[in-house]
Ligand binder design. Structure first.
Ligand code: AGP
Length: 608
């Protein structure tokens, strides 16, 4: 999604802004731009495509100044063209960057046109800058004009705005879209996330909904939605700084796949003992574990798939009903909330607009409490949820989620067991599960050892146009996740089905051109799944089987076998995810797609 960087300093800010944009590239975008404010006025460059195109313009025509705002745009209103790229201007007086969507932009545009404003883009953003310009006719102070204008906007926004002739400050604001203030020495910053500013500061202030902030070189003044000045705490960034460094790897995605043994261990650290789940990981208020009678899980995309796995775990281990729903559906329907229901959100970023909206709606619906399983401690989701369990995966840069997913599953397993213990799970069974979890990082490491073999499989796979993923039980959501990974980064059309559904329709698709990826752990469903595979083989389908040795499956004509470590059945969904991540990665590399920033996608989906 769109990314914002803003700087006021005693030095030239153009390099800081460009580096900030490069650090935001992972969020997904299709054009970029920068406005620099100096004594002569506000000047800008905009470019379609990668930030490199913007850098090229800067090299050809340098812009110097001590205040600037910059933007990566992920197109919503209007195509990715230079005219639609931010910053947008009102005359030559004001320049503005925006992340979010202004829902009432059409009536505002009509009003502003009637007042004589000329629009140069198709964006919803352009109304904001003209609105502020119009407000300044009766209220010449930029801060007050911004506050008055924002009150007229419906939708979500984070903005940065600079004014010609004001070389002492710029204004930023947020409501519904993320924005963080970076605090420096005689220089201050804003950005869509902390990673964009780690080259200049590690001190951050997280803005609340509706905050407007005035930034000068030596001061950051924050006003809340009512216009009252507010003190907000400064936090020091504690993620590993080399999150933005690919190290020895060609792509962030591969680096993040290989980090999984380490980050799963970090997710387990301090949350389990030799024999037990430590409920203190839910904070002082873990009393909900005793009271909960139902669980509603709400999330999007990969996080939703993690939630689907947790449904199997919770209902199996705790015997409590659990429903799982995508946030974009949940937020627009009338929800019946049974007594003592836990509302559980899952999100890597903690900034996904639909998930946040679902949480805000749920808070009005009388749930027992709200728990967020999230990877970003400073995120809006964490700040707005009553309880949090952090996944501790470290910053994930690749758009295709990998380590964030397996750590979500790890955190969900901890949660499922904790709830189950209060609902009759024996101490003996808890110990067995916890001991299995302690071996998880080592098994994930073992699964990674198949990398070279999977790379060969990928060579065979890369010319395919479609793929069908099959799994049963907890392997069904993993099949969904495998197919999503393949779609996202290799652009191969892929679908996933519970294997038992094959004969109810999708079997019609099976012929020698349809690869079938089957996830076959050695568990209770093995014989049933083998029958499903027979149905495929009988129709000439090419089977890519991911199974452990005990299944007695192996490579033969029309079967390409990949070994997955044999693990306790509770760990199967996590361990079986690894080869599917590697398969998608290698297929994408063979196809030459942009692995870390696949087309049309954004890392943090901050608009509806
Ligand atoms: C996963 O590969 C995707 N990038 C996407 O489905 C993602 O999981 C989804 O947008 C939800 O994001 P979140 O976990 O940050 O809320």
């Amino acid at each position: 999604m769109c990314g914002i960087v803003g700087v006021i300093a005693c030095r030239n800010v153009s390099k800081i802004l460009i580096e900030g944009l490069s650090r935001l590239e992972y969020r997904g975008y299709d054009s970029s731009g920068i406005a620099i404010n100096n004594e002569d006025g506000v000047y800008s460059h905009r470019a379609v495509g990668k930030v490199q195109a913007l850098k090229d313009k800067f090299e050809a025509y340098p812009l110097d100044g001590k205040i600037g705002i910059a933007h990566t745009r992920w197109a919503t209103h209007g195509k990715p063209t230079e005219a639609n790229a931010h910053p947008h201007f009102s005359g030559d007086d004001l320049a503005l960057v925006h992340n979010g969507i202004i829902e009432n932009h059409e009536p505002l545009r009509r009003e502003l046109k009637a007042k004589g404003y000329e629009f140069k883009s198709e964006t919803d953003t352009e109304v904001i800058v003209h609105l502020i310009h119009d407000a300044m006719k009766s209220q010449p102070d930029l801060l007050k004009a911004v506050q008055a204008s924002l009150a007229k906007l419906e939708g979500a926004f984070a903005i940065g705005v600079v004014q010609k002739d004001d070389n002492e400050r710029f204004i930023a604001a947020r409501k519904g879209s993320p924005l963080v203030v970076g605090v420096g020495i005689e220089e201050n910053f804003v950005a869509s996330d902390q990673l964009a500013l780690l080259h200049v500061t590690d001190q951050f202030i997280f803005l609340e909904e509706g905050d407007v902030v005035e930034l000068s070189r030596d001061q950051v003044t924050i006003y809340d939605a009512k216009g009252e000045p507010q003190e907000r705490p400064i936090s020091v960034f504690n993620h590993n700084i080399d999150a933005t460094d690919k190290g020895e790897y060609r792509h962030y995605m591969m680096k993040e796949i290989y980090e999984q043994p380490k980050v799963i261990a970090a997710c387990l650290d301090g949350r389990i003992s030799e024999t037990k789940v430590l409920t203190s990981c839910f904070g002082a208020d873990s009393g909900f574990l005793k009271e909960v009678e139902n669980i509603h899980i709400v999330a999007c995309g990969t996080s939703y798939h993690a939630g689907m796995v947790a449904k199997y775990w919770i209902e199996d281990l705790a015997g409590l009903p659990c429903t799982v729903e995508v946030a974009s559906e949940y937020r627009y329907r009338k929800v019946a909330v049974p007594k003592n229901t836990l509302f559980l959100t899952l999100s890597q970023s903690g900034e996904t607009a639909d998930t946040l909206a679902a949480l805000r709606m749920a808070k009005e619906l009388g749930y027992l409490t709200t728990l967020a399983i999230c990877n970003v401690p400073s995120s809006t989701l964490v700040r707005e949820s009553a309880l949090t369990l952090l996944t501790n995966a470290g910053a994930e840069i690749g758009v295709a989620s990998t380590k964030a997913f397996t750590t979500q599953l790890t955190a969900l397993l901890i949660t499922s067991i904790a709830i189950a213990v209060e609902n009759g799970l024996s101490a003996e069974k808890e110990k067995e599960l916890v001991q299995a979890m302690r071996s998880l990082p080592a098994y994930v490491d073992l699964a990674l050892k198949e990398d070279a073999h999977i790379k060969n499989v990928a060579d065979r796979f890369a010319n395919k146009h479609n793929a069908l993923f099959l799994g049963r039980g907890t392997m069904f959501p993993i099949a969904l996740e495998g197919s999503l990974k393949l779609k996202e980064i290799s652009y191969i059309h892929a679908e996933a089905y519970p294997a038992g559904e094959l004969k109810h329709g999708p079997l019609a698709l099976v012929d020698e051109n349809m690869p079938i990826i089957a996830l076959v752990p050695h568990n209770d469903m093995l014989d049933k799944l083998k029958s499903n595979l027979q149905e495929v083989a009988a129709r000439g389908g090419e089977l890519y089987v991911f199974a452990d040795k005990d299944t007695d499956l192996h490579s033969e004509e029309n079967i390409i076998f990949t070994e997955v470590p044999k693990v306790d059945s509770i760990l199967e969904p996590i361990v079986h995810t690894i080869p599917l991540q590697l398969l998608s990665y290698h297929v994408a590399v063979v196809k030459g797609t942009d692995v870390d920033q696949p087309r049309n996608l954004a890392k943090s989906v901050t608009v509806e």
